[in-house]
Design a protein around this ligand. Structure first.
Ligand code: GLC
Ligand code: CA
Length: 539
């Protein structure tokens, strides 16, 4: 039963779809919007998620696979049409599914008409829509900023003899949000999709689009890295001036006012690779009047050990201002898949953690199958990050086609396997939806059960989080409580059996091995290696 005190994005679970990789309906080897429509019943009925977040499907030269947008208000023919999109919204809503789309404010494609115009002449009315600067007297770029994807962040334009800024690829010029016309145009983009019925936005590099107005040089980085993974040359600087300028906050307040003026309630979620809690929480807004949720990627930046994971959850809970809603992420289209990071056994423990913590979980397509990172051979690689920076930074391995069945192209497409935009994993004959539905203890059944449990249990989707101190070293144990429902979650991060003392006897609702349903436990709970359980205390 929906509880009126909580919004859908607080009680629900979000599922990220990378449209190229989900389901192809026209045999070109690339997933599309009709493919998403075809799989809505899977998402809602079989799996049981509440909202979809669609990565970009807008017209794009696909230099960064859609994160280089050439027109914010249309659909790339590769993915379908605006009519397909409207059908998708209607079909999702009919099933009670919400639909979140990606909003990419920091940069457009260099093929966007705004940039073409801006580039055409120094006197173009759109010149100032992007960040153009003269070279230094010695001809070098205006400052030392670097592109995330490798090399410098400035590209020289021969014909108008100035540099333009690109925080990502040179095909992704940064917009100048200090120009009020840019802001107005981008607010119109939000209005366009809100009017089409979307339920919210995932905002791309959400802290990036306001920079130091004086474009000061970044200082060198005295530490090893700054992010959750090594980023090559980009790690040599502290990114003080090329992003996260405080002037971004008033803009988020305005965005929030716009979003909140729509009914039923919509959501804003920001992509935020900020690993300093104090800085990160600012994006909720001082009066909780900015983003509904900055994405919390802290679990990507935490050693997978009981004490460290607990410390991260405790730190988040302590950092959150009163009333701010937490969220957690284990996988997305930019990260090595969890199964490959920490192993298949711990992936089941992680699933229990993600779906029993306080806060909105976001799943990534294929996570529910235990999909592993695919080792994509060099000749089939696609991601520019791997080509232009360190090869190990390629994100292709986590973007491979969703395996639906054991047929030659895994039910993803009618195209032969060699014509899929990225290859299938070697394990797709068993790691696929159809097979896992037949296997009662599969990862898919674990996610299904967890999702059902979470949605039925007020303690799990609303109750406060209360860690238990007296847990064995390799275990993380916490309580979730709402009304008279009291749930204990115990996670074993090791391969050894562990004994966990229970405050009161209880009954198992679920084990990550899916073989202990309804088991009664008295004062001691025994966990097998790599096992996580959910226990209803007191009955
Ligand atoms: C975000 C996206 C990533 C993209 C980048 C540039 O980090 O998640 O996929 O490449 O922004 O838009
Ligand atoms: Ca297609």
């Amino acid at each position: 039963m929906p509880d009126a005190r909580y919004a859908w994005w607080q009680t629900g679970v979000v599922y990220q779809i990378y449209p190229r990789s989900f389901k192809d309906t026209n045999g070109d080897g690339i997933g599309d919007l009709p493919g998403v429509i075809e799989k809505l019943d899977y998402l809602r009925e079989t799996l049981g998620v509440d909202a979809i977040w669609l990565s970009p499907f807008y017209p794009s030269p696909q230099a960064d696979f859609g994160y280089d947008v050439a027109d914010y208000c249309d659909v790339d023919p590769q993915f379908g049409t605006l009519e397909d999109f409207d059908r998708l919204v209607a079909a999702a809503h009919r099933r009670g599914l919400k639909l979140i789309v990606d909003f990419v404010p920091n940069h457009t494609s260099d093929q966007h008409r705004w940039f073409k115009e801006s580039r055409s002449a120094r006197t173009s009315p759109k010149r100032d829509w992007y960040v153009w600067r003269d070279p230094k007297p010695d001809g070098s770029p205006p400052n030392n900023w670097l592109s995330v994807f490798g090399g410098g962040a400035w590209e020289w334009d021969e014909s108008t003899e100035q540099f333009y800024l690109h925080s990502f690829l040179k095909e992704q010029p940064d917009l100048n949000w200090r120009n009020p016309e840019v802001k107005a145009a981008m607010f119109d983009v939000l209005r366009f999709w809100l009017a089409r019925g979307v339920d919210g936005f995932r905002i791309d590099v959400a802290h990036a689009f306001m920079k130091d107005p004086a474009l000061r040089d970044n200082p060198p980085n005295p530490h090893e890295g700054t992010f959750h993974k090594p980023m090559g040359e980009y790690d040599t600087q502290l990114h003080l001036y090329d992003k996260a300028h405080p002037d971004i906050h008033p803009i988020y307040r305005e965005i929030r006012r716009l979003i909140d003026s729509y009914d039923p309630p919509r959501v804003s979620i920001g992509e935020m690779h900020i690993y300093d809690w104090e800085k990160w929480v600012r994006y909720y807004g001082e009066d909780l009047d900015e983003l509904h949720m900055p994405f919390n990627f802290a679990l990507l930046n935490t050693a997978w050990e009981a004490a460290a994971v607990r410390a991260t959850v405790d730190a988040l809970e302590a950092a959150l201002p009163e009333g701010a809603w937490p969220n957690y992420v284990l996988n997305n289209h930019d990260e090595t898949r969890f199964v490959t990071r920490e192993g298949a056994a711990q992936a089941r423990v992680a699933a229990v953690l993600l779906l029993t913590l306080r806060g909105t979980p976001t799943l990534y397509y294929g996570e529910e199958l235990g999909m592993a990172e695919v080792d994509v051979p060099r000749e089939r690689q696609q991601d520019p990050w791997g080509f232009r920076s360190l090869p190990e930074l390629t994100r292709d391995g986590c973007r491979t086609p969703m395996p639906w069945d054991a047929s030659r192209s895994a039910g993803f497409s009618d195209a032969p396997p060699e014509r899929l935009w990225l290859p299938l994993g070697d394990d797709y004959k068993t790691v696929n939806v159809e097979h896992e539905l037949r296997e009662p203890r599969s990862m898919l059944h674990l996610y299904r059960k967890l999702l059902a449990l979470r949605s039925e249990s007020p303690a799990l989707h609303q109750g406060p989080y209360c860690p238990i101190d007296e847990a064995p070293e390799d275990c993380f144990v916490f309580l979730r409580e709402a009304g008279d429902e009291k749930i204990l979650v115990a996670l074993n991060f090791s391969s050894d059996a562990q004994q966990v003392a229970l405050p009161t006897p209880g009954c198992l609702l679920l084990s990550s091995h899916l073989d202990r349903d309804e088991e009664k436990v008295e004062d001691t709970l025994t966990l097998r290696g790599h096992e996580a359980v959910v226990v209803r205390l007191g009955g």
